[in-house]
Design a protein around this ligand. Structure first.
Ligand code: FES
Length: 127
């Protein structure tokens, strides 16, 4: 996690948040500061998952009850690694668009983040 006084690494307007190699098989959680204008100490929790060669990022907030999806750090996928799964009530979400396809909030979506992967594997946040 970045300290609030730490300057984030930028590439143009996009912020480097980690490297693709940092994302484990079950996903990676991040807590970032220096994101909210006027409130640099406010931390935003997000997570990344891979889907083949693609990387998707979402706010770590379940649309069912607003809790974080991972009860165990960096575990965001179901056992088959096919869906993002909330550990509180087991809702399942598609990796590519965050749509809930099973569980108590079927039809709702995770909040997706603008993520790109640079040619050196750096994960960039922003648009
Ligand atoms: S809080 Fe995520 S499924 Fe209920």
């Amino acid at each position: 996690m970045n300290e609030p006084t730490e300057k984030p690494e930028m590439r143009g307007n996009l912020r480097v948040i980690c490297h693709v190699d940092d994302i484990g098989e079950a996903g990676k959680g991040l807590s970032l500061t220096n994101i909210v204008k006027g409130d640099p100490e406010r931390a935003l929790d997000l997570f990344l998952v891979t889907d083949g060669d693609d990387v998707h990022g979402y706010f770590n907030i379940c649309p069912h009850q607003g809790s974080p999806l991972d009860l165990k750090p960096d575990v965001f996928l179901d056992v088959e690694r096919k869906y993002i799964q909330c550990t509180t009530h087991s809702a399942k979400f598609q990796k590519h668009d965050g749509l809930c396809v099973a569980g108590p909030c079927t039809g709702s979506k995770l909040m997706k983040l603008p993520i790109t992967v640079d040619e050196d594997g750096a994960i960039l946040l922003g648009s």
